[in-house]
Design a protein around this ligand. Structure first.
Ligand code: SF4
Ligand code: MSK
Length: 635
């Protein structure tokens, strides 16, 4: 596709990345500040020039302020997504003719119970209204704690209380970051980072968790589902539509519109053999998990998808959408349609999505795509015929059943497999991809190394799409890539060695899985005790910074492929890679080589196994434990 793009004279993210070299060293090290108009200021990393900004801010203050503003931006993005989901649930409660419905009533009732809402004698819509009201309140709450933080192990909650980071309201924590990072407010780097932690927790256990749970209620909780991945899912004989972005409120309606008989008939009248919908980035994961809609690609492939010449419409909402898409779409026949009042793009046709007329608008968009199909330029078509089959749809709820069986659903078999050393541990490999790394290389190589060493992998976001394209999301992949322990587990329960848990907001599902593992017993008192680790080998979005911090503050060891822009600020760097562990049990490591990064995760898992006095891996593994674990089990 890159060769094709070159021959077509298309400028892609890789070309622009190359043109940008060398990238600004001050920015990379976190040593520049534009927080007030006395600046911009920069600190000399070699010690020859200024060591403080004009106001006296040191490298650590400047880098910490910038880092926590990244958290604020990331937490805002996820949480605003959550807020929109609350809004849709409220609409369902208030309008019986609403295009959306309650698709998982059992989950709605469970949430109502958890939120202390009286359900006796209330209709489903009344319960939905009450749940929406309580969830909406979590955004503007001024004190107390975000309700879902109670899902975390008690030991973790104790640490949060001890260090004053229990999140109050989602909006409040973000606003407080913006206040504290204003010139002349909080000038203690650790104090700043603790507020970053508080805001990140408000995202992970608040905004993102609300987004996930209410999406399950509105659009149904995912279950195991089979589909395909990669650009080869585009079909020259059908109308091809790609939805790109994040929020299922839009993509769910596009799915419904593409299945509407009137639309299918219209497509056929234009000579098409049907309508082919594909997803890109996290919205792809949302509709894959619930409908089996194939994955066209992840973040870096968005321009290349249009470059196939086969996309009749690319419909976008919010987050991770390149501003370059409109220009590229103009080179082809592709309609590039923006839909959110929050996200407009150069050269895009804007059709504003309004949840109160959701299906009508979705049909208008799909109709436009169908009518555009005859405009395809045959000479520009280039379809890479590559797809891989996959199984997706894992959740904190159905992992009980997948592992325990329908008659004794439980996390016990998972914990037992870890305790026996059949599984050395579990890892989450998540996040974006970046042009700084060969496409998907970090995700693929890291996952292979973990699997070979009997570490079961959970995945979300663009990493999940990378894994899907590499073929890791099939049960057969266990035989090809995994160690003997994982092979036994996968063969026994019929799961892939890499479990796809959804979009970036669905990292909240991983928090719940880890909390359930702690609650099941035998693996310690907190997430930090588990033989588990997380990674975002190719992160690029500020959302990943928020995710990283809520995982670390929840006790998780997290390896990132690239450092935060803090390498010029030793105090901040040392705190996030060492000091923070004392506070919350988790910490960051930065390692660009995915094999070395995987081994850091495995070393951490082995240390946790030793602390829990668990035996070493049950079977021989290529990367043997360095740590003296308990009695080594015999195969
Ligand atoms: Fe410079 Fe301080 Fe203003 Fe930042 S806040 S631009 S370091 S004077
Ligand atoms: S879409 S945040 S590139 S995972 Fe969620 Fe992918 Fe990262 Fe966007």
């Amino acid at each position: 596709m890159l060769k094709h793009a070159q021959s077509e004279g298309l400028e892609t993210v890789w070309d622009r990345h190359e043109k940008m070299q060398p990238q600004c060293g001050f920015g990379q090290l976190g040593l520049c500040c534009r927080n007030c108009a006395m600046g911009p200021c920069r600190i000399d990393p070699f010690g020859d020039g200024p060591s403080e900004g004009i106001c006296g801010a040191t490298a650590d203050i400047i880098a910490a302020r910038h880092l926590v503003r990244m958290i604020a931006a990331g937490a805002s993005a996820h949480s605003d997504h959550g807020r929109d989901t609350v809004h849709t649930l409220k609409m369902v409660a208030e309008d019986e003719n609403c295009d959306y419905q309650i698709r998982d009533e059992a989950k709605l009732r469970r949430l109502a119970e958890e939120l202390d809402i009286e359900t006796e004698g209330k209709s489903v819509r009344e319960i939905a209204g009450a749940v929406a009201e309580v969830c909406a309140g979590e955004f503007g709450r001024q004190d107390g704690k975000i309700t879902f933080t109670a899902r975390a192990p008690e030991e973790q909650q104790r640490r949060w209380r001890e260090h004053g980071v229990v999140p109050r309201g989602i909006d409040r924590e973000v606003v407080e970051i913006m206040h504290r990072t204003n010139i002349g407010v909080d000038n203690d780097p650790v104090n700043l980072i603790l507020q970053g932690v508080r805001s990140a927790l408000a995202d992970g256990w608040g905004g993102s968790m609300i987004a996930t749970d209410l999406s399950d209620v509105l659009f149904r909780t995912p279950n195991w589902i089979v589909s395909y991945a990669n650009l080869g899912i585009l079909d020259p004989e059908k109308v091809n539509i790609i939805v790109h972005g994040h929020e299922p409120t839009l993509s769910e309606m596009i799915v419904a519109a593409t299945q509407d008989p009137e639309m299918i008939e219209l497509a056929e009248s234009k000579g098409a053999k049907g309508i082919n919908l594909g997803g890109m980035c996290c919205t792809a994961n949302e509709i894959l998990m619930r409908h089996g809609v194939p994955l066209a690609g992840n973040f870096l492939q968005q321009e290349l998808a249009i470059g196939t010449g086969l996309v009749d419409a690319m419909i976008v909402d919010v987050q991770c959408i390149f501003p370059s898409l409109g220009k590229i779409a103009q080179r082809y026949h592709t309609k590039f349609i923006s839909t959110s009042p929050k996200a407009k793009f150069p050269y895009a046709e804007h059709i504003e999505f309004d949840e109160s007329r959701a299906l009508d608008i979705a049909k208008e968009i799909v109709r436009g795509a169908i009518e555009n199909m005859p405009n395809r330029k045959k000479t520009s078509v280039n379809l890479p015929e590559m797809t891989k089959p996959l199984v997706a749809g894992f959740t904190a709820e159905n992992i009980y059943i997948a592992l325990g069986g329908r008659y004794r659903p439980s996390y016990r078999p998972l914990n037992d497999a870890i305790m026996a050393g059949r599984l050395r541990g579990v890892a989450a490999v998540v996040g974006c991809n970046t042009p700084k790394v060969k496409l998907d290389y970090g995700h693929i190589e890291m996952t292979k190394e973990l699997l070979a060493n009997d570490v079961l992998v959970a995945t979300t976001g663009c990493s999940a799409i990378a894994g899907a394209k590499a073929g890791f999301l099939c049960p057969e992949a266990a035989m090809e890539y995994a160690g003997k322990g994982i092979q036994e587990v996968c063969r026994a329960v019929g799961i892939p060695p890499v479990l796809h848990l959804g979009s970036c907001v669905d990292n909240s599902r991983i928090l719940v899985v880890l909390s359930n593992m702690v609650a099941e017993g035998g693996l310690g008192d907190s997430i930090g005790d588990l033989p588990a680790a997380g990674a975002a080998p190719e992160w690029m979005s500020e959302k990943a910074v928020a995710i990283g911090f809520y995982v670390v503050a929840s006790g998780g060891f997290t390896v990132l492929g690239e450092s935060f822009p803090i390498e010029g600020a030793k105090g901040v760097y040392d705190f996030v890679t060492e000091g923070i562990e004392e506070y919350f049990g988790g910490k960051f490591a930065f390692e660009g080589d995915p094999i070395k990064a995987a081994r850091l995760m495995i070393d951490h898992i082995d240390v946790k196994r030793a602390d829990l006095k668990l035996p070493g891996p049950m079977y021989e593994v290529p990367y043997a434990p360095k740590t003296q674990t308990g009695t080594t089990a015999v195969a």
